[in-house]
Design a protein around this ligand. Structure first.
Ligand code: SF4
Length: 363
C-alpha cells in the first residue's frame, strides 16, 4: 500500500480541513479494543482483585518468593545468567546488590493514558539495569546506579504511599534484577492493604522461565521490544546482548499468554493485560517493520502497542553515528504506517497524536 492509499483509507487524503478533521477523529475515536472488557464488566470492577491477592489467597505467593530468592543465590534472573550469589554479596553484570535499590517513587503522568488516569501511574524507579543500552534515557539511574538500597519492608511502604496518594497502579520500572525483592515487598504490602494492579515495566531482556515465575502475580506487563535484529542489539547494548530480540520476543509471548489483551475498568484505567512499547530509532535501527509484523503474527492485532517517537541522543549515543540524531518526521510516519499495514488496531493515543503532528510536517 502506498502512503497515498493509506491516507485515503484513513480519509486523510485529498486535503480540505473538514476531511482532515474527519480523519483525525477517525484515528482518535477508533474504539480501543477491549476484547476482554466484557470479563471485567461481568465480574464487576468493584470485585476485581489483583492477581497477587488471588495467589496469596490460594496459599502460593510465599513459595514463589522463596523460589525467586533462591534463584538469586546463583543468579539467573535474566539472560545474563551470571551465576553469582547475590545474597552473599557477589555482584553480577547488573551490579545490583542483594537488596532492592530505588531511585524514586512518585506518581507519573507521562506513561500510557490507561496507566495514568487522573491519579497517575505509581512509578518506582529501580537503580541499575541488566541490559544497559548505550542510548539509555535514564542513564544516571540505570548505568550509574543512582539510588538507595531499601529493605523489602521499605519497598512495601513505597507501594502503599503510592496507593495512598491515589495512583492507579504500581509501575515497577526496570524490575528484572530486583524481582525477588519486589515479590517480597508486594506480599508485605498486600498484608497492609495494597490492592492496586502491578505493572511490570521491563526492557524486555527477560528469561521466559522468570516470567513464568511471575504468572499469577503481575497484572499488567509493559515490555519494551527495542530491537528485532541481534546485530543491532549487540552493537547498541553494553556487553553485547545479541540474544536480546529472541529473549524479548519469547518473554513477551509468555506475558501475552498469561494476561492477554488489556482490559480496563469503566474509567478506562488498565487493570490487566499486555501493553508493548517500541521506540522508533534513526535509520531503521530498531527494525520497526519487523516488529509490527511480529506483533500481528505472534501476539494479536488487538495488542496495545505504543510506538514511541521520543528518541533523543543521550549518554553514549553520541559515539554511534547512526543513532547520533533524533528521528525525522518521515521516519515516524513510516513506522506508524507500517503498523497500520500490519493491521494493528490498538495503537496508543499518544502515538496517534504524534503521527498526526509528524504527518502534517511531511505532507
Ligand atoms: S540479574 Fe544481574 S546478576 Fe542476575 S543474571 Fe541478570 S545481570 Fe546477572
Amino acid at each position: 500500500m502506498t502512503r497515498k492509499d493509506f491516507l485515503k483509507m484513513l480519509g486523510l487524503a485529498g486535503g480540505g480541513g473538514l476531511l482532515y478533521l474527519a480523519g483525525t477523529s477517525w484515528l482518535r475515536r477508533e474504539p480501543m479494543p477491549k476484547n476482554n472488557a466484557g470479563q471485567a464488566q461481568a465480574a464487576g470492577t468493584e470485585q476485581w482483585q489483583p492477581a497477587y491477592a488471588v495467589l496469596e489467597a490460594e496459599g502460593k505467593l510465599a513459595a514463589r518468593i522463596e523460589q525467586a530468592y533462591s534463584i538469586m543465590e546463583s543468579c539467573r534472573l535474566c539472560p545474563r545468567r551470571c551465576g553469582v550469589n547475590r545474597r552473599a554479596g557477589e555482584i553480577g553484570f547488573c551490579q545490583a546488590p542483594a537488596r532492592a535499590m530505588v531511585y524514586s517513587h512518585q506518581p507519573h503522568f507521562g506513561e500510557e493514558l490507561p496507566l495514568v488516569g487522573r491519579g497517575g501511574s505509581g512509578t518506582i524507579f529501580f537503580s541499575k539495569c541488566n541490559l544497559r543500552c548505550v542510548f539509555c534515557q535514564n542513564w544516571p539511574i540505570a548505568h550509574k546506579g543512582w539510588g538507595n538500597e531499601v529493605s523489602d519492608m521499605e519497598l512495601a511502604e513505597m507501594m502503599l504511599d503510592l496507593q495512598r496518594i491515589g495512583c492507579h497502579n504500581i509501575n515497577l520500572v526496570t524490575p528484572t534484577h530486583m524481582m525477588p525483592n519486589i515479590l517480597g515487598a508486594v506480599r508485605i504490602a498486600l498484608q497492609k492493604g495494597l490492592h492496586l494492579p502491578l505493572c511490570y515495566n521491563t526492557s524486555g531482556y527477560e528469561l521466559v522461565e522468570m516470567v513464568e515465575l511471575l504468572d499469577g502475580i503481575v497484572d499488567i506487563y509493559l515490555p519494551d521490544v527495542k530491537f528485532m535484529d541481534g546485530v543491532e542489539a549487540q552493537r547498541y547494548n553494553l556487553a553485547a546482548a545479541a540474544d536480546y530480540p529472541q529473549m524479548a520476543k519469547d518473554s513477551t509471548v509468555e506475558m501475552h499468554r498469561q494476561v492477554g489483551e488489556m482490559i480496563t475498568d469503566e474509567r478506562g484505567i488498565a487493570l490487566r493485560g499486555l501493553m508493548v512499547r517500541h521506540l522508533v530509532m534513526p535509520n531503521r535501527i530498531a527494525g520497526t517493520r519487523e516488529f509490527v509484523r511480529w506483533v500481528a503474527a505472534d501476539l494479536s492485532k488487538q495488542t496495545y502497542v505504543n510506538i514511541m517517537s521520543q528518541y533523543r541522543v543521550e549518554f553514549m549515543a553520541y559515539d554511534f553515528p547512526l543513532i547520533a540524531r533524533a528521528i525525522t518526521a518521515e521516519e515516524f510516519v513510516e513506522a506508524m504506517e507500517w503498523a497500520r499495514e500490519a493491521g494493528l488496531t490498538n495503537l496508543d493515543e499518544r502515538s496517534l497524536s504524534s503521527y498526526e503532528i509528524h504527518r502534517r510536517r511531511v505532507s
